[in-house]
Design a protein around this ligand. Structure first.
Ligand code: ZN
Length: 166
């Protein structure tokens, strides 16, 4: 496998990263020795991060600040709804923090989060948990390699040449 240096389309990029919010609170990080791998140009990661990494090189350490519009979107009050408990048949014990998968009007899958519950009603929130949050990434570009034809066709990384099917 030839060694590549530059982040560009149809290459698999390996990153060590930490993710914080604007106040410095840590939200996520890659595990030691297990960098995040993604297929550049396939929209596998949030738009602001993919854009900021374009043309960067192995060995670079970059701090990237990404507004909600380039990350998980603005927080939309219209995605918060109060529904009847009867809309959750067979689930007796609905608790705040639970998640359900549903579909939008256009059939796209959507995860809703239960944020409050009382005797008759359930408040659900279709916003991503990081909607409205400005994200601060500290990224180390660990490795760049050419993606395989299968990876490019599927639009995602194959670990050790195997398709995860997702
Ligand atoms: Zn695949």
């Amino acid at each position: 496998m030839s060694t590549l240096k530059t982040v560009k389309k149809d290459r698999v990029i390996s990153l060590d990263f930490t993710l914080s919010d604007e106040n410095g609170e840590m939200l996520d990080q890659s595990e030691q020795g297990a960098p995040l791998e993604y297929l550049h140009g396939a929209h596998d990661i949030i738009p602001g991060l993919e854009k900021a990494l374009e043309g960067r090189h192995v060995g670079e350490n970059i701090r990237i600040v990404i507004p909600p519009s380039e990350a998980y979107g603005e927080y939309e009050v219209s995605l918060v709804d109060e529904v009847s408990r009867e809309q959750f048949p067979g689930i007796d014990d609905i608790q705040p923090g639970m998640q359900f998968q549903t579909s939008m009007d256009d059939g796209a899958p959507m995860v809703i989060n239960v944020t409050a519950v009382d005797e008759d009603t359930v408040v659900v929130d279709g916003n991503h948990p990081l909607a409205g949050v400005t994200l601060v990434f500290e990224v180390d570009i660990v490795e760049v390699r050419q993606a395989s034809g299968d990876e490019i066709a599927h639009g995602h990384v194959h670990e050790d040449g195997h398709c995860s099917g997702t």
